[in-house]
Write a new protein. Sequence first.
Length: 189
Amino acid sequence: MDYMRPIPLRPRGSNWRVGLLITAFVVLVAGIGMSKSESFEWVVLKATLRTKFPNVRWISTEQLASWLADHSRQEPVLLDVRTEAEWNVSHLPGARRVDPGTSAKPALAGVAKDRPIVTYCAVGYRSGAMASTLRRAGYSDVRNLEGSIFQWANEHRPLVRDGEPASQVHPFSTLWGRLLAGEVRAPLK
């Protein structure tokens, strides 16, 4: 999605308001072609994350689902960069959990540096930071799941809990949980 390219909020040599106006314009133009399931909040969030992590490669939920269904391709290592409490509610099938802020070595012990890796968290911030860490550590094929597990769940894609199918996701907080559809939002405990 070309409209999701990062736009600096403070372009060099210009007033910060110019950057803000450019970002607002891009978000508004992007909103014109939005599907009904893609809210204004999601567009702004995704644009912000792409700006925050400009060196991270992104993969859409649709692209990841197709990749996982294609048994002729090497399956990626799925890294869930959320807390244990979030993981215990649900996660993507086959994922491994790492604590947010973990360094590359313990997160991917024994994984070849050229192995495909897809990071995800609730919405993409913690996993974006992990993807950046992994790239700096020399992992060459790292992508961050755009929309992360929230978008994955909103699209009713497969989730598991203790090896069994699951249908809800930990909302992280009351504020962030508003990005989850009601039927997939687990109660916040």
